[in-house]
Design a protein around this ligand. Structure first.
Ligand SMILES: C[S@@+](CC[C@H](N)C(=O)[O-])C[C@H]1O[C@@H](n2cnc3c(N)ncnc32)[C@H](O)[C@@H]1O
Length: 268
């Protein structure tokens, strides 16, 4: 895998991606984007195949979906767990040319541009080249990613901000890519651009186990990759993490993240 393709790695990442995916939300985003029977769809950064399979079901009868991911194990997992007549999985880096994939009615990029801050527009430009005439780009990503929690101490907030800044600097992660998607389509000269915004995370009250696993893993991984030194905590990372676990489990905390879905038709 090329350098910095995706910093969320490790044995449990495929499992985290699988359990955190809200299938109904994916389905509704795809319907909103006009995915329909007979279409050919590319799912770029497809993860464990959950989203690819949903897109596949929506294009039946007669449609085909190609799921693309840079992590070989993830593609192997997708082939084993989400196979189907009309689904192909390809291991490739979406920062490279995608011409070998053929042409599509929809090119779908969900929760992947956030990992490629400075290259995200280049990726979108390249993705546009594999559209059929009249085909649409579907860009879906978060804004204020990981940054909207309430109910934590001031020192926690400072440390958390330090982690996110370190992450951005070291890995090109962009917590604000959601707000840029519309301009990407605008700058490509797309017509019929439509934008939808809803809540992706909306966490209050008793903590669900899927949210606990997802956020524990995110905070562990982001802390380690960011290289942040936790000067606010005498006990360093361990004390920070204990405070996170306790405060996040408290039913009083409130967490939300906006998800922005943009579709548009680039000029041919
Ligand atoms: C957060 S997951 C999103 C999975 C899926 N799209 C979804 O909506 O649930 C991001 C996925 O993008 C993949 N990815 C990141 N950078 C990539 C790249 N440069 N080329 C191909 N896949 C990439 C990662 O391996 C990971 O599986």
């Amino acid at each position: 895998m090329s350098e910095n393709a995706y910093f969320m790695q490790g044995d449990q990442e495929t499992h985290r991606l699988e359990i955190k995916t809200d299938k109904e939300a994916v389905r509704s985003q795809a319907l909103w984007a006009g995915v329909q029977p007979g279409m050919r769809v590319a799912d770029l950064g497809c993860g464990p195949g959950v989203t690819t399979r949903i897109l596949h079901d929506l294009v039946q009868p007669g449609g085909r979906v190609v799921g693309v991911d840079v992590v070989e194990d993830r593609i192997a997992y997708a082939r084993a767990h989400y196979p189907g007549e009309g689904i192909d999985y390809v291991c490739a880096d979406i920062r490279d040319s995608l011409d070998h994939l053929g042409r599509f009615d929809r090119v779908w990029l969900r929760f992947v541009l956030e990992y490629h801050g400075s290259k995200s527009f280049d990726i979108v430009r390249r993705a546009r080249k594999i559209l059929r005439p009249g085909g649409k780009l579907c860009l879906i990503d978060l804004d204020h990613n990981c940054l909207t929690h309430y109910g934590f101490s001031a020192r926690f907030e400072r440390a958390y901000r330090g982690i996110m800044d370190g992450l951005t600097e070291k890995t090109d992660f962009d917590p604000y890519v959601g707000r840029k998607l519309y301009s990407f389509l605008y700058d490509l000269g797309c017509r019929d651009i439509c934008v939808q915004m809803t809540a992706h995370h909306l966490i209050y009250g008793k903590l669900r186990s899927a949210d606990a696993i997802n956020w524990t893993r995110k905070v562990e991984m982001a802390s380690s990759v960011s290289g942040y030194a936790f000067p606010e905590y005498e006990g360093g990372y361990k004390a920070f993490f204990e405070e996170f676990t306790e405060a996040f489990s408290n039913p009083r905390r409130f967490t939300y993240t906006p998800v922005i879905v943009c579709i548009g038709t680039p000029p041919h």
